[in-house]
Design a protein around this ligand. Structure first.
Ligand SMILES: Cc1cc2nc3c(=O)[nH]c(=O)nc-3n(C[C@H](O)[C@H](O)[C@H](O)COP(=O)(O)OP(=O)(O)OC[C@H]3O[C@@H](n4cnc5c(N)ncnc54)[C@H](O)[C@@H]3O)c2cc1C
Ligand SMILES: NC(=O)c1ccc[n+]([C@@H]2O[C@H](COP(=O)([O-])OP(=O)(O)OC[C@H]3O[C@@H](n4cnc5c(N)ncnc54)[C@H](OP(=O)(O)O)[C@@H]3O)[C@@H](O)[C@H]2O)c1
Length: 462
């Protein structure tokens, strides 16, 4: 039998998930110098993961990564199998049998829980569902957000919280030429939200925003950022953090916050209050959220290891809307070991390991499902390159039998009635979305229901 990775016996890899980490892994495999065939299994009929369904609509530059991904996906050795959920439409065992290696790049698609009473009251939402809704993720298409309330609280101070805040604070005019979904734009246009609290459990030197995203909160047409300078008093550990290179981002944030604190009040319609050292302890209300109760914190620990400790003092905000933006979390797939505590697939150098630490042959991971839900689009590139290096290092030990890849999977999927969406199909969806957007001056008007997408493809095929 010829070695795996030769022209006669190409290395066949299934990549599960069409987000950045899956695409960067594909690119690294194609650049490996071996003969490789990649089939990408994606649960939605459309590719690109959070670049399509996470990145904010008013950040179109960041979506330009898609042009690079498109070039990779047009390689003749690549096949896209969209509308296929691994673990549901096809089992992990079936995929393993059809490929030499399976690389999971399936992201972190759910949210962390706060674990406080009242978390699930009406009016309390996750950032995950709000972001998915305004970005047209089919799973969140039918969510409804009650924007009749005047006061919203966002819990968490990362870039997702900044996105949620900006979308709530922007006017229709600031959003109407983006790819935000039409129904979200209509709903936001009727919004009565006037005060948005963005609340961190640690101090102003520990907020996780990047400077660009924080600065943007001060550049909105109809909203002013408000910071109380009394909350900008730093402890010695935080000052020490600023002195080090890794504290440079936090120092920049702090300077922006100082700028916000010094701004005179204006007559803009909305206010964004950035608040610090407050942990939510309860959401209260009669059938729906009316108040968020926080405990005031102090910081404890050495520089760069400071954590929030409760002081016992309670602070209440009257608010009818809450968005929990405290981080994402991976979802288990039957047949793959899962670390419940961290919400990731446990790995060693990108190779999936079981609870005992033993390698599970042929299974690999990259991106958020490997590292956890942190890092920008570009962070996934070196991560995926490292996992591919492990696959290539394992080549000599692989069972050298040829693998059927998509030819076998498509037969199984057809027998179960799954309509597989190809890359050409996606290009047709893409074209139709762009045409729908053009008359409105939008880059695209997304299809937000799987049935709509499949129907469009059915009509084309006649
Ligand atoms: C709201 C938000 C905004 C962001 N904005 C930016 C930004 O502006 N700039 C930036 O640089 N970074 C941004 N990021 C970070 C960036 O999006 C992530 O670093 C990146 O998308 C992670 O890539 P991934 O491939 O690991 O996961 P994802 O992008 O989540 O891709 C995972 C893919 O796997 C698919 N999948 C899941 N389960 C299965 C299954 N069982 N079978 C088949 N397919 C499956 C999913 O449908 C998805 O397409 C943002 C993140 C979020 C949450
Ligand atoms: N424009 C962009 O580039 C962009 C946009 C969106 C997202 N992203 C990236 O995507 C990744 C995910 O972003 P994210 O905002 O979801 O995560 P994140 O950056 O990790 O921020 C999570 C926030 O939630 C807080 N938090 C966590 N648990 C909490 C709890 N139990 N109670 C109260 N607060 C809690 C964290 O506080 P602590 O710090 O105290 O833990 C932090 O402020 C990040 O790497 C981000 O940079 C980038």
């Amino acid at each position: 039998m010829s070695t795996v990775g030769s022209a006669e016996n190409p290395l066949r890899v299934a990549v599960v998930g069409a987000g950045p980490s899956g695409v960067y892994a594909t690119e690294a495999l194609f650049k490996s110098g071996h003969a490789v065939r990649v089939d990408m299994l994606e649960r939605l009929p459309v590719p690109f993961g959070l670049v399509r369904h996470g990145v904010a609509p008013d950040h179109p530059k960041l979506k330009e990564a898609i042009q690079v991904y498109d070039r990779i996906a047009r390689a003749p050795e690549f096949r896209f199998l969209g509308n296929v959920t691994v673990g549901r439409d096809v089992s992990v065992e079936e995929v393993r049998a059809a490929y030499h290696a399976v690389l999971f790049a399936c992201g972190a698609e759910t949210d962390r829980r706060l674990g406080v009473p009242g978390e699930d009251l009406a009016g309390s939402y996750t950032a995950t569902e709000f972001v998915g809704w305004y970005n047209g993720h089919p799973e969140f298409r039918d969510r409804e957000f009650d924007l009749d309330e005047e006061v919203a609280v966002i819990i968490g101070q990362g870039n997702v919280a900044a996105d949620v805040c900006r979308i709530l604070a922007k006017t229709v005019d600031e959003l109407k030429h983006t790819d935000i979904t039409e129904y979200a734009l209509e709903s936001l246009g009727r919004s009565r939200v006037r005060e948005i609290y963005v609340v961190g459990r640690r101090g102003p030197a520990q907020a996780k925003f990047t400077a660009k995203e924080l600065r943007e909160l001060g550049e909105l047409d109809e909203a002013d950022p408000v910071v109380d300078s009394a909350e900008l008093v730093l402890n010695p550990e935080s000052l020490a953090e600023f002195e080090e290179r890794r504290g440079a981002g936090a120092k920049k944030n702090f300077e922006i916050l100082q700028g916000f604190a010094a701004r005179p009040a204006t007559s803009r319609r909305r206010r964004i209050y950035l608040r610090f050292l407050l942990s939510p302890v309860e959401l209260q209300g009669d059938g729906r959220v009316q108040r968020v109760v926080f405990e005031r914190n102090r910081l404890a620990g050495a520089a760069f290891e400071q954590s929030a400790r409760g002081t016992g003092e309670r602070v209440e905000f009257a608010a009818g809307l809450v968005f929990r933006s405290i981080g994402y979390r991976g979802i288990a797939i039957p047949g793959v070991p899962f670390d419940e505590r961290q919400g990731i697939f446990p790995t060693r150098d990108g190779r999936i390991v079981d609870q005992t630490g033993a390698l599970v042959p042929g299974l690999y991971a990259s991106g958020w499902i490997k590292r956890g839900p942190t890092g920008i689009i570009g962070t996934n590139k070196p991560d995926s390159v490292a996992t591919v290096a492990s696959i290539l290092a394992d080549l000599p030990g692989l069972d050298s039998g040829p693998r059927p890849g998509a030819e076998a999977l498509t037969v199984v999927l057809a027998s179960r009635g799954t309509q597989v969406v190809s890359y050409e199909d996606w290009l047709a969806i893409d074209e139709a979305e762009v045409s729908r957007g053009t008359p409105k001056g939008k880059p695209r008007e997304k299809f937000c229901r799987v049935e709509e997408m499949l129907e469009l493809l059915g009509t084309r095929r006649g």
